[in-house]
Design a protein around this ligand. Structure first.
Ligand SMILES: Nc1ncnc2c1ncn2[C@@H]1O[C@H](COP(=O)(O)OP(=O)(O)OP(=O)(O)O)[C@@H](O)[C@H]1O
Length: 248
């Protein structure tokens, strides 16, 4: 049986009487890619905030593998292995793409340990990530000259380099062109099995390209869980999330 990467158990938050997230339970396995879907205000971002420690929960528990991380400080949760990509990139614009990744890899203690044996492994790690995010040809360009999509991919690369146990991606295709969105789906698909990801996304075309298991949130609670077909044909989902228009 696959090892569990993240367990969310009865998690919730009460904002002065309003439960933005209400008794949510999820189990994410190692190497799994889970999509979180839901209409505006369903509680997706708040759930990510509760997992990453940005917001403190008022009920329930969160475990990273076997370690309970409920309501730890945000930086401590990040250090324990929950990596989060926000829409606003934090790349160093006056460094090259490669240098950005090298700097990120030096923040990773495992890579630092390897430096004792020379830089070969670090360089290999950076090359691997460059390939994963499709920026090998841009390696020596300054990050300032990257397109919006490329900057987002580099940001994802910075996260991957730090090798978190779980990666949280909040609307990774926001503001992207169709071509960039498609390339993002290829990148995300290539991460499957190697990294554990939770992806919050609205764009159904993108979701169809990447999704294995989908959890649908509605009014702060889990409404349904299943594969793309099960979700698209689920009457409760169609009614709650999609109105009469259907998914897409
Ligand atoms: N700090 C807060 N205090 C009070 N209400 C909040 C707070 N943060 C979020 N909410 C409310 O909780 C609900 C869930 O918001 P959330 O941003 O998690 O939804 P979402 O599913 O991510 O939506 P979107 O797709 O629009 O980003 C919303 O009604 C929002 O107004």
């Amino acid at each position: 049986m696959a090892q569990v990467a993240l367990t969310i158990d009865g998690l919730g938050v009460d904002f002065g009487g309003f439960k933005a997230v209400n008794n949510v339970s999820l189990t994410i396995e190692e190497g799994e890619l889970r999509v979180l879907l839901g209409a505006n205000g369903a509680g997706k971002t708040t759930l990510m905030d509760l997992v990453s420690g940005k917001t403190k929960s008022t009920e329930g528990r969160v475990f990273l593998r076997d370690t309970e991380i409920t309501n730890w400080e945000e930086h401590k949760i990040a250090r324990a292995g929950v990596g989060r990509k926000f829409q606003i990139p934090s790349v160093f614009k006056d460094l090259t793409v490669r240098r950005n990744l090298e700097v990120a890899s030096c923040r990773n203690p495992a890579v630092l340990a390897n430096l004792r044996f020379g830089f070969a492994k670090e360089a290999r790690d950076v090359d691997r990530v460059l390939e994963l995010i499709g920026l090998t040809e841009e390696a020596n360009r300054l990050a300032a000259y990257l397109s919006h999509g490329q900057t987002q991919w580099l940001e994802l690369g910075l996260l991957i380099t730090q090798n978190p146990k779980v990666i949280l991606l909040d609307e990774p295709t926001a503001g992207m062109t169709q071509a960039e969105t498609h390339k993002t789906s290829e990148i995300v698909n290539s991460l499957k099995g190697k990294h554990t990801l939770i992806v919050v996304e609205h764009d159904m075309a993108f979701v169809r390209e990447i999704a294995e298991r989908i959890t649908v949130l509605h009014l702060g609670a889990v409404l349904a869980e299943g594969n793309v077909e099960e979700i698209e044909t689920n009457p409760k989902v169609r009614e709650a999330y999609l109105g009469s228009k259907g998914i897409g």
